[in-house]
Structures are given as C-alpha cells and as structure tokens.
Design a protein around this ligand. Structure first.
Ligand code: HEM
Length: 153
C-alpha cells in the first residue's frame, strides 16, 4: 500500500501544481483584461481544489499510516529534528503543504465573498499564487537535499 500511495502521490503532484498554476494564470489574465468569470474559470477552480484535497488526504494517510519516515520520526521527535531528512517529512513538507491547501480554500472562500468579477479574480490570483509558491518550494525535487524522482514507477 505504501508503494502504491507514493506512486499516486508523486504523480498527482504534477496534476496539482499544474492545476493551481492554470487557475492562477486564468485569474491573472482575467483580472488584467477585465474579463468576466466564465464556466472555464469555475471548472478550473473546482478541479484544482479537488485534486489538491485528494493530494492532501493521500499525504495525511502517508504521514499517519504508511510512511516509514514519519514512523521513525514519531519514535523520537527530538532526534528527528536533528536529522534533515526526517525533519523534512515530519515537519517541513507536511506543514507547508497543509498551508498551501489552506490557501487554496481561502482563495475560494474570499473569491466567493467578493462583490465583483474583477475582485474575485484578483483574490483568486493572489491566494492560488501563494499556494503555488509553497507547493513548489516544499516538493522534494531531484537535486534537493531531500530528493525524490520526477516520476515514480
Ligand atoms: C498538497 C500538495 C502536496 C504535494 C505537491 C506533495 C508532494 C509530494 C511528493 C512529490 C512526494 C514524494 C513522493 C515519492 O517519494 O515519489 C511526497 C511524499 C510525501 N508526502 Fe506529500 N505532497 C503534498 C501534500 C502532503 C501533505 C499535506 C502531507 C501530510 C500531511 C504529505 C506527506 C507526505 C509524506 C509522508 C510523504 C512520503 C515520505 C516517505 O515515506 O518517503 N504530503 N509528497
């Protein structure tokens, strides 16, 4: 189950990052050209939110149930904080990604409360951009100190 979850979590990272990027680009473009919100914007926003939520749930299951990294970290949390790899999985990756998920939802909530299309698009662009930055910063890209493959088979 652990291996399968890692394969899916790895692949879904691409869908999540690209979906959030697409929402950001559409909202930016729409706000700069004063375009009205259309069904494409609504679909892109809903799709990105669902994918990010599924990625969050899978990450939570990895964290709480399947990952040997977090299991080791939980056995001695203090010692894990001195180990860069264990600290990354036990704290940095999870906390920053949870914040990214919160930002996506804040974007949806604040956009829903806005009274004009221009302000909806501005709010969506800001919150999805912040979520995107966090997701890109704390993904374990190849070449980083804690690195994972571009795609896992
Ligand atoms: C929402 C955006 C997220 C993205 C883009 C993302 C991305 C990734 C990637 C690329 C990996 C490496 C997979 C591999 O080894 O092939 C990974 C692993 C992992 N992620 Fe996430 N993740 C996200 C959210 C979360 C959340 C919210 C949690 C925890 C609450 C989490 C916990 C984990 C854990 C525990 C691992 C596996 C560590 C291991 O056993 O090796 N992730 N994540």
């Amino acid at each position: 189950m652990y291996e399968t979850a890692l394969v899916i979590h790895n692949a879904l990272r691409w869908v999540a990052i690209l979906a959030v990027l697409l929402v950001f680009l559409r909202a930016m473009g729409g706000s700069m050209s004063s375009r009205k919100i259309n069904s494409g914007d609504r679909f892109a926003g809903l799709f990105a939110t669902i994918v990010v939520d599924v990625q969050f749930l899978l990450g939570l299951l990895l964290y709480l149930v399947w990952s040997p990294q977090t299991k080791t970290a939980m056995q001695d949390f203090g010692a894990a904080m001195k180990n860069p790899e264990l600290r990354f999985w036990a704290v940095e990756h999870a906390a920053v990604m949870i914040l990214a998920v919160v930002f996506v939802h804040l974007g949806k909530i604040f956009a829903r409360r806005a009274t004009s299309d221009a302000s909806k698009q501005r709010r969506t662009a800001v919150w999805f951009f912040l979520a995107l930055v966090l997701m890109v910063l704390r993904t374990p890209w190849p070449g980083m100190e804690v690195a994972r493959p571009w795609i896992r088979m």
